[in-house]
Design a protein around this ligand. Sequence first.
Ligand SMILES: Cc1cc2nc3c(=O)[nH]c(=O)nc-3n(C[C@H](O)[C@H](O)[C@H](O)COP(=O)(O)OP(=O)(O)OC[C@H]3O[C@@H](n4cnc5c(N)ncnc54)[C@H](O)[C@@H]3O)c2cc1C
Length: 329
Amino acid sequence: DHIKNVSDHGAQNYDLSWVGFIPGFRESRRLEGQYILTENDVRANRVFEDAVAYGGWPMDDHVRGGLMDFDKNPSRCFNFEGCYSIPYRCYISKDIGNLMMAGRDISTSKMAYGSIRVMGTCAVGGQAAGTAAAMAIRYGIQPPKVAEHMDELQQTLLKQDCYIPGFANHDPADLARDARVSCSSAAEGCGAGNVINGVTRTVGKESNVWESAPLADGPAWLRLDLPKVQTIREIRLTFDPNLSREIMPSITAMVRNRQCKGMPDELVRDYTVELQRGEETVYTQHVKGNYQRLNTLKLPTPVQADSLTLTVTATHDYPAARVFEVRLY
Ligand SMILES: Cc1cc2nc3c(=O)[nH]c(=O)nc-3n(C[C@H](O)[C@H](O)[C@H](O)COP(=O)(O)OP(=O)(O)OC[C@H]3O[C@@H](n4cnc5c(N)ncnc54)[C@H](O)[C@@H]3O)c2cc1C
């Protein structure tokens, strides 16, 4: 009413197209867990032994009184370098055996809360808590006891393409880890061996990706030779959708306008996977129009094979193939 009808704001002919009908509070109650994440952990990019999620948003500090704190700066933002891990202990209650937290109610100090409260961090923590809850049901135990199966929880999350800073795939069931890897070509610092190094995103100076020569020079192929014939039921390929690209959902035109629209150029679009036993091809799958980072190919029937060849023929627009990981089960 004030903007439209009182004073001259140039808004007399504006229509109200959207309004939030429940006031949203940026800060709410937190539950105390077995560990309280602090500002020091955030700033130190601390890697916890029981890390299951991560965050990287700056620490926002909102005044306690909200709009009524007239004399204070309503919001301050404390930046830090890198990203930090969040331990499983922040997602389980300090003293209630069957209570878990997921989202912004997890166990943190006020300052650390200013960082973990954003949607992406709530989402990855939610996946960690949900995966742990499923394990608790499967083992018939309460959430705190899942800590005794921490390696299994972390490896399950990594297999589902979660990221845990400082942790790598060492899943003993992944047959690709023992493979000898070769390729058609590789860009500097992006060798074929990266597809089994266990880390599926670029970290600091480590690309952790295989990148071929330009596809215009010919098809790009990657080959994994296993030490012996194995039964293969599932192939998991992790491609590169360029996670540095800004895709934050926003109602602010300024933020929307600076985002790249459409599919990420780097993502592999068309490819063929073949499994061989010696000279014989025992499984072939052509994929066209891929739009996902993690491609899980479940074989209709298990096959006996001792090598895999992945041939990339097109990306969404990037000149070369980029593959972070190949797993075989
Ligand atoms: C104004 C504002 C702007 C923000 N801007 C951003 C931003 O730009 N980017 C960003 O990443 N984050 C932003 N955030 C932060 C982020 O949106 C929240 O911190 C985050 O969504 C919290 O997720 P959550 O799952 O913990 O809680 P919620 O998303 O609040 O989910 C809790 C759910 O539980 C339901 N619920 C409550 N009680 C019960 C009950 N008894 N039974 C069943 N269900 C119940 C609620 O209806 C709700 O759906 C913003 C927050 C606010 C308030």
